[in-house]
Design a binder for this molecule. Structure first.
Ligand code: MG
Length: 269
């Protein structure tokens, strides 16, 4: 028969207190992470993605692409705030510029899995710093009003530092880009995105998470990244069931000069 020695009373007390502190410590960290009050809990600053200089230009639509913006009008877009009012961002000289007073815009069409191309430009006279410097965003699926959905960050990070999981081409507060491929303010930049939508059971539970592969100025920045849920400014990401969704562009509330877009097209897969 195998016998185990019973720990002495002082040792038992140590073991009990250790277990208690581990459990209570975990609970405390969980409570902090779930807090809606402190956005800094989800901001990372190291390691900083290395800077890479992108190569030649890219991006005209192939024959089977759905054109979402070709410089002429915003017929494919509505305001996110009600999902029906025609988008009233500014179209001039084949370029679309954010109208910060009217808020986010989104496509009339909805999408599931797709390949998307979009070009954007930070104005050459951009001011501000950190997250308040040309902030916008490409929501790979919009799941509601405001900023609900999955945001790939648009920001000027050419000589502008911020938290790495909130810099240009991050999946906001979930994954920093592999590199920083930013061009200078005033130059056109591109995102090419391959999006695999999350799949849900009829009871709302998750079957498979969303995945994204993306290129910034032709340079790989997200490599089949598995999202942890919708992107959130405060608190941890989580999934909430949804179906086919619009693509959304962000009118961020910072005071810096509004950014512009052009040549937006998509290929549903
Ligand atoms: Mg943003």
């Amino acid at each position: 028969m195998i016998q185990f020695a019973c720990p002495s009373l002082p040792l038992r007390r140590v073991l009990f207190l250790s277990a208690f502190s581990i459990i209570s410590g975990t609970t405390l960290v969980q409570a902090q992470a779930d807090s809606l009050d402190d956005h800094k809990l989800t901001e990372l600053y190291t390691p900083v993605p290395p800077v890479v200089t992108p190569g030649a230009k890219e991006g005209l639509p192939p024959s089977d692409a759905v054109i979402l913006f070709d410089g002429k009008n915003l017929d494919e877009w509505v305001l996110t705030k009600d999902g029906t009012t025609p988008a009233d961002w500014i179209v001039r000289k084949d370029i679309l510029t954010v109208n910060k007073t009217s808020g986010n815009i989104q496509t009339k069409r909805t999408f599931t899995n797709y390949q998307l191309h979009i070009e954007w430009r930070i104005p050459s006279n951009i001011t501000g710093s950190d997250q308040a410097r040309g902030n916008s965003g490409l929501f790979l699926a919009s799941t509601g009003r405001g900023d609900d959905g999955y945001e790939m960050q648009i920001l000027d990070c050419y000589n502008n530092s911020t938290y790495t999981n909130g810099q240009t081409a991050s999946i906001y507060k979930q994954d920093a880009p592999l590199v920083n491929a930013c061009r200078k303010p005033g130059e056109w930049q591109s995102y090419d995105v391959i999006w695999t939508a999350p799949v849900f059971n009829t009871d709302g539970s998750l079957v498979s998470p969303a995945r994204v592969t993306s290129f910034h100025n032709g340079v790989l920045v997200q490599n089949n990244f598995e999202l942890k849920g919708q992107t959130r400014y405060r608190g941890k990401p989580y999934y909430k069931a949804h179906g086919p969704s619009p693509i959304k562009l962000q009118a961020h509330g910072d005071k810096s000069e509004p950014i512009s877009f052009r040549n937006i097209w998509i290929r549903p897969l």
